[in-house]
Every structure is written in C-alpha cells, then in structure tokens.
Design a binder for this molecule. Structure first.
Ligand SMILES: [Zn+2]
Length: 327
C-alpha cells in the first residue's frame, strides 16, 4: 500500500499520513482523493481553498440567473423526498418546538414542516434558492453560509442537515457550531453519501464538491468529538448509498474520544479493502447501473405527466402532501 504525508491534517484524527484511493473525479478530471491511514476518513487532497470553493459554487455548481423558476418535476421529486424524511424521523419532528434545516435548498422540506404546523426555518447559502423558497412557499429562510449565520446558543430542539456535511471545508468546526445552536438534549439529524455503498461505478464515486466522504464510524466519531452522543444510524437511498444518522447534544465538546485508536485503525483497514474491492468490472456485471437508468427514465415520464397540470411550485408540493397517507 502506497502512503504519503499530506500537507493537510485529517479533520477527524489530526494525522497526516494518507493513502491515495482515486485520481479522477466523476467527469474524468484530475482530482486526488485520499484516505487517512489512522481512521479511514476520506478527503480531497490537497483540500480546496476557500477561493476555489467559492468560485466553484458561483460559476459551476449553481446556475444563477434572474427570474429563477425551478422545474416543477424537481419540486415534485423533492416534495416526495421531504415526505420520506418526515416519515422516517417523525418522532423527532413532532417533539421539537424549533427546527432548523441547514441547506434548505428550494425549501420543500421546511415548507412541509410548516404545512404540518411545526416551527421550522431554513438556512441556505444559495441566494436564488433561498429567495425562491421565501417567495414561493412563504417560509422563513436565511440566506447565509454556515459560518455567517448568527443564531444564539441553545436556540433549537432539532437541527437537520441532508447532504451538506460532505461539502464543508471543516466539518468538525461546523458540527461544533451546530452543537452550540442546539438546546441541551436537542437532536441533530445528518445525512451524507455512504462511502461504503456500491451504487456508483468507481470512476463516478468522487467529485470536487464532496470534500469529505464518510462511513458510519468516521461520522459518528467526528460528531462525538464535537459533543454529540449517537442514537442510531440507518442506510437508505438507492443501494444504501445514503448514511443517515441521529445524534443528541450531550453537552459541550470535551475533547473525549469514543473509539480507541485501534478501533479506528480497524475501520481504516475495513474501508480500504471495501473501496478497492469495488471494481468497474464487477460494477458493470451487476444489474445496478442498468436498473438505475431504466428507473430514471420511467420516473421522469411519470413526473412530467403529473406536473403538466400545475403552474406553481407550491401547488405541486400541496398536491403531493395532500395525497400522502403518511401525514
Ligand atoms: Zn484520520
């Protein structure tokens, strides 16, 4: 196994020794991805600078333009996702007086929670999306990056963050920030891509926007060190490609570790083996890539047929929520 010293330290364990696991992103462009040999946390190496990230989001990832109107089929799809998220963790939502969704996007999930008379608000750095969510759904959403938001300590009973933590430059600091915003005993729901899943072909696994890639052990240990106790984790999505975890604020961060160095080393060895055992040859011999293409086509046609009856995103979301039997 080839290892080298990275110029950056591991966000979880602070070590610098890594082993390379990929040299391209999902578009075939050069992108070095490494795994920490002490704990198994996967990251881009070298880590992108703030300027590179800002440039990426402003020019490539988000197509900002005036008079933004999302495609109604995307609202339809996200309204269903919102329902599934609510259904899965409804116990936590029902018992929360104040909820913050970090990375609220176009607002479908915060809208659902408000539709159910829960007190939820969003935080969304994409100004066009957050403006759309306020105007279309009438929900409270702040336009800001995480580090710019200034909620008072002990404000929320529940914070949710779906597909955000993997994008952060310093997830440890941001989890600590979330911990401060939560009330004592409050809950944090986090969902990230699961590095152990075999949904994507190896060449499609990494891309620039995902700076960190987690498995259950690395995410749990990272959250533990920022003051969270672990409640449960589930694997969801298509071929278990989503890692969904629930934590509880157990006080302020104390610097304690949950897992021993030996257990983290074991995690590295397990993950290293797992990532390398998923080869392109094996991937294309399974039904996974073909079924996904077929399902995408089928769902796309049915979404188009349904949303052609609507003009507004809010009407589409209301239609999905009213038809649901789970709320
Ligand atoms: Zn590490």
């Amino acid at each position: 196994m080839h290892t080298f010293k990275s110029i950056s330290t591991c966000n979880l364990c602070g070590n610098t020794e890594v082993t390379p696991i990929s040299d391209i992103d999902r578009n075939g462009k050069p992108l070095t991805t490494v795994m920490c040999t002490f704990c198994g946390l996967v990251r881009t190496d070298p880590l992108p600078t703030k300027e590179e990230i800002n440039e990426f989001y402003q020019t490539k990832y988000w197509n900002e333009y005036k008079d933004y109107h999302p495609k109604l089929k995307h609202i339809y799809r996200n309204a269903h996702r919102a329902l599934n998220r609510y259904k899965r963790d409804q116990h936590y939502f029902k018992n929360a007086q104040s909820i913050l969704e970090i990375g609220s996007g176009r607002g479908e999930f915060v809208y659902l929670l408000n539709y159910l008379n829960l007190h939820a608000q969003g935080l969304e750095p994409h100004t066009i999306y957050s403006q759309y969510s306020r105007e279309e759904f009438g929900i409270p959403v702040t336009s800001a990056m995480l580090e710019q938001a200034s909620y008072a300590p002990n404000t929320f009973d529940l914070i949710t963050s779906h597909h955000v933590v993997e994008h952060l430059c310093d997830p440890a600091i941001e989890l600590r920030r979330m911990n401060r915003w939560l009330k004592e005993g409050g809950h944090l729901i986090v969902e990230v891509p699961n590095i152990e899943a075999n949904r994507h072909a190896p060449k499609n696994r990494f891309h620039f926007a995902h700076i960190y890639n987690f498995n259950a052990i690395t995410l749990e240990e990272l959250a533990y060190r920022q003051g969270f106790s672990f409640i449960r984790h589930t694997l969801g999505g298509d071929h278990e490609n989503h890692l969904h975890m629930i934590f509880q604020k157990k006080g302020l961060p104390t610097g304690q570790h949950k897992y021993t160095a030996a257990k983290l080393k074991e995690n590295f060895e397990h993950l290293h083996k797992k990532v390398h055992s998923h080869t392109s040859f094996d991937h294309y011999l399974t039904l996974t890539p073909y079924l996904r293409t077929f399902n995408k086509l089928r769902n796309g046609i049915s979404e188009k047929l349904i949303v052609r009856n609507f003009k507004q995103g809010k009407d589409v979301a209301n239609y999905v929520f009213k038809a649901s039997t789970c709320i």
